[in-house]
Design a protein around this ligand. Structure first.
Ligand SMILES: Cc1cc2nc3c(=O)[nH]c(=O)nc-3n(C[C@H](O)[C@H](O)[C@H](O)COP(=O)(O)O)c2cc1C
Length: 409
């Protein structure tokens, strides 16, 4: 079944050259909201390495939707700069998706005046370090404005040459704050049952699909589970998946866990505390908060395909294309995903280690990934030179300068 992974995949109006997807992984390759040359090199290298579609990670749909100060957000000025990146990927033979979302009350790296928008009102633990300590429940007007923001963002993505948008509904960002009962305690039509909690995220996807769906593919990344007893379950995820399917999603990318409450579930393994403290600083407020969170996490030993049981449940319940994600480490893993009816595989850490993995597995399917799950790359989200694998040449040789489109070579 490995051969199937090298066959084209139709997603709405676009066709991927194969079924390997680089999962969104915060590059930190932007300055003052503009992509850097490192961003272009990174995604072009993945496309040249045989990835069918790479994903640029999280472009905020509006400025207050960012979580980090230099993060990309979609507006007129950034479009030509993004176009340089998408052109480089296309020249290398690949496709590129933009992961779009809004942080809601998950804003860790900047102070946002006023109360942050979310599904609920009250204390906001995720905003503690930057003083974003209060959040407020969105009302109908807020939601209508947010739908517009996502639609406008998707139109910017079309203008910038992206082939797809991936609406991020997992990991604790705004739309996940509606899906997850860990946040959502509403008593109106947007809270309570799984159907109600999915109502607003589904409405956003439907609006985006209606506006740009004839030009680019519209995907959603969802949690198969939050990995916490108070969180959304796989049964909830099945409901969400069915509703997104009915709303016209072209594919779902299946992930799990929440940045603050269950990072170990998201990565199927524990954080690398030493790497975090090396990059962030042991005695910084963030360093101490990360240490406290890491120490309270259960011990989790990595296993390949760690979301398998959850994702297989969803595969049984919907007909829509699905990308399997989570611990894909060998060509055998890829073949297993294809045999079970997944349409694509999405990988993050293994492709940070070896951007040419799809080519390597075509030539040498018996060779496993060289990624050793050290999870150092997760710490490098916060490194000024950008996210990289520590087993590869150091980031410093990467050119993390601004990408002035006029100067692009
Ligand atoms: C360095 C790093 C940064 C990440 N940043 C994001 C992100 O910005 N958005 C997102 O949806 N997932 C992010 N993830 C999670 C991955 O998309 C993926 O869900 C997770 O790494 C599991 O896949 P893997 O086993 O192939 O690494 C990140 C992962 C890594 C390693």
């Amino acid at each position: 079944m490995l051969d199937r992974a090298y066959e084209p995949l139709q997603l709405g109006p676009i066709t991927l050259p194969n079924r390997f997807i680089k999962a969104g992984a915060n590059e930190n390759m932007s300055m003052a909201g503009m992509p850097t040359r490192a961003m272009r090199m990174h995604h072009a290298e993945l496309a040249a390495g045989g990835v069918g579609m790479t994903t640029m990670a999280y472009l905020a749909v509006e400025k207050v939707g960012r979580t980090l100060p230099d993060q990309l957000w979609l507006n007129d000025a950034v479009v030509p700069e993004l176009r340089v990146v998408t052109d480089a990927v296309h020249d290398a033979g690949g496709k590129i998706a933009a992961q779009i979302t809004h942080g809601g009350s998950f804003v860790t790296g900047i102070f946002v005046p006023g109360r942050l928008q979310s599904s609920v009102s009250g204390f906001n633990p995720a905003g503690l370090l930057r003083g974003n300590i209060l959040r407020r429940a969105m009302n109908e007007d807020d939601m209508a404005r947010m739908v517009e923001a996502f639609v406008r963002a998707a139109e910017y993505c079309v203008a910038a040459g992206f082939d797809a948008v991936e609406i991020h509904m997992g990991h604790g960002y705004l739309l996940n704050q509606f899906l997850s009962p860990m946040d959502n305690q509403r008593e109106d039509a947007y809270g309570g049952s799984a159907e109600n909690r999915a109502r607003f995220p589904v409405r956003i996807l439907a609006a985006v699909k209606e506006k740009v769906g004839d030009r680019i593919a519209v995907l959603a990344k969802i949690n198969v589970s939050d990995g916490r007893s108070r969180g959304a379950t796989v049964e909830d995820a099945v409901v969400t998946a069915r509703l997104l399917e009915a709303a016209g999603a072209d594919m779902l990318v299946l992930s799990g866990g929440r940045n603050v409450e269950s990072g170990w579930f998201m990565f199927g393994s524990n954080m690398n505390l030493q790497a975090m403290q090396r990059v962030i600083g042991k005695w910084s407020l963030s360093g101490m908060a990360i240490a406290a969170t890491a120490k309270s996490a259960p011990r989790v030993d990595f296993r390949e395909l760690y979301f398998w049981e959850y994702s297989a449940r969803i595969r049984e319940q919907v007909a829509i294309p699905l990308a399997y994600l989570g611990g894909v480490k060998s060509a055998d893993n890829v073949a297993q995903c294809m045999a079970a009816g997944f349409d694509a595989v999405a990988l993050a850490r293994a492709l940070l280690r070896e951007p040419n993995l799809p080519q390597k597995w075509r030539e040498e399917p018996g060779e496993p990934s060289l990624c050793d799950n050290c999870n150092s790359c997760i710490a490098y989200i916060y490194h000024p030179a950008g996210t990289w694998c520590i087993h590869r040449p150091p980031n410093e040789i990467r050119d993390n300068q601004l990408l002035a489109s006029s100067q692009a070579d």
